[in-house]
Design a protein. Structure first.
Lengths: 333, 116
């Protein structure tokens, strides 16, 4: 019967949150009933393959969960690009990223305004639309790909990947949920593409001001380390898709990448001081305005560094708990 | 014949009928798996991942009521027609009979014309 629990574990993350427990309880009752009846017919316990054929008849966990979505909408362009199973998750991811991007955008525009830079309304509208289009396109493409790949993934891989008899059932908090891994992959790719667009085409964020000012040389030294942080987190999420029980990998990756992020921010604050933003060409603007812009950038980097320091502290604390070093002591087993 | 097109048309044809069949079967109280077997016994096979969400949808529309109860040492969710469901079913069955009669007339007259 452990297979039934694993099937339900694979279905659960994709169910509507407000009905999740109730649906799982009902599905569990129906599946156990069906298995019991089959056992009674055969006069013996079901083999794993017989039980699996019952579960397969219920459909892939993603398809099964998708049918329970109250929002049966999808994204269709000629043919269905995002099915109802991922559509609610897609909408949530889209809104979070657009809200995140818009907040940064507003922050930058306010800082520029306060610095005395005149910004025309056309620039503001253009840059907002460009940002929105980039985020929409990236998230939509990622979800279209996920919609093709996930239903083709064997459901056993989605649920655990551990033979039932090999280990005792793990508690939910001892596992990295499928939704978390997918959300992290989508967010990392979307944010990485967004950063790349903003770095190479600053005018997409600040309009025509991007032709007057550009990022200072210090930023070019942090491009590779930043890409490495994104890559490390991406690899961790992909591994956790297949091995959700490897929570220590998540803890180690987060703690180390938070420290690396903190180091990058400290480098920018100290090495790039007063030089984080420079003129795109000599004499392009007012030096006093440039000084104020640099102060603003520094002011925004300092609390970000503090946030990374706190996050690293929390992650190391969790890592300590996750690794449970006492279990390594002789005789602790 | 295009099999994909036929499958789409078949599913479309079945969709509305399934709702009527489920409502008709739930004049008496049943739980999900039991209902699926009862429908299959009448020759109407329905996939689990279609039936169970359909039951919830009909309940949220007020056509069914449900209650958890223990039977054979297992907790099960039993569904039954609500009074609104009963009225809706009566209207749907009238509609079904009228539709069926019209369709039969259309089919028999077209076959008769084809035979001439």
């Amino acid at each position: 019967m452990d297979l039934i629990e694993r099937y339900l574990n694979a279905v659960k993350p994709f169910l509507p949150p407000d009905q999740r427990d109730d649906i799982v309880k009902e599905l569990s009752a129906n599946l156990h009933e069906e298995a019991d009846e089959r056992e009674a017919e055969l006069g013996r316990p079901l083999s794993d393959s017989e039980l699996e054929s019952i579960l397969t008849a219920h459909g892939h966990p993603l398809t099964a969960a998708g049918r329970y979505q109250t929002n049966q909408g999808g994204l269709t362009f000629g043919r269905q690009l995002i099915s109802p199973m991922l559509f609610p998750l897609y909408l949530r991811a889209l809104w979070i990223l657009i809200a995140f991007g818009t907040l940064i955008h507003i922050g930058v525009l306010v800082a520029l305004g306060v610095s005395g830079v005149s910004i025309n309304s056309g620039d503001i509208v253009n840059s907002f639309f460009t940002q929105f289009f980039v985020q929409f396109a990236v998230v939509t493409i990622l979800f279209c790909v996920a919609d093709r790949i996930l239903p083709a993934t064997p459901w056993r891989d989605l649920s655990a990947g551990i033979a039932p008899a090999a280990r005792p059932p793990r508690r939910a908090r001892d596992r990295v949920s499928l939704v978390e891994s997918i959300a992290q992959i989508v967010a990392l790719i979307a944010v990485a593409i967004w950063l790349q667009v903003v770095y190479t085409h600053p005018e997409s964020l600040v309009g025509s001001i991007g032709t007057t000012y550009r990022l200072g040389p210090a930023w070019s030294y942090v491009v590779f380390p930043t890409a490495a942080i994104f890559a490390a987190n991406l690899i961790q999420s992909i591994i956790n898709l297949a091995r959700p029980d490897w929570t220590s990998l998540r803890a180690v990756t987060r703690a180390l990448t938070d420290l690396a992020g903190l180091a990058i921010l400290l480098y920018l604050i100290f090495a790039g001081a007063d030089n984080l933003v420079i003129f795109a060409h000599p004499g392009a603007g007012d030096p006093r305005t440039l000084q104020i812009i640099n102060q603003w950038v520094e002011y925004s980097l300092a609390p970000t560094a503090l946030a990374f320091l706190i996050a690293a502290g929390i992650d190391f604390w969790r890592l300590r708990a996750s690794l449970n070093w006492r279990s390594w002591l002789p005789g602790a087993a | 014949m295009n099999p994909e097109l036929f499958e789409n048309l078949r599913l479309e044809l079945r969709r509305g009928c399934l709702t009527v069949a489920v409502l008709a079967q739930l004049k008496e109280e049943r739980y999900g798996y039991e209902l699926r077997k009862a429908l299959a016994d009448c020759g109407l096979d329905i996939e689990e991942n279609t039936l169970y969400p359909l039951l919830r949808r009909l309940e949220s529309q007020g056509l069914l009521v449900s209650a958890w109860r223990e039977e054979n040492k297992r907790n099960k969710r039993f569904y039954q027609l609500s009074s609104e469901g009963q009225e809706t079913l009566t209207c749907l069955l009238d509609e079904w009979r009228a539709l069926n009669a019209s369709l039969n007339r259309i089919i028999s007259s077209s076959f008769a014309r084809a035979a001439e």
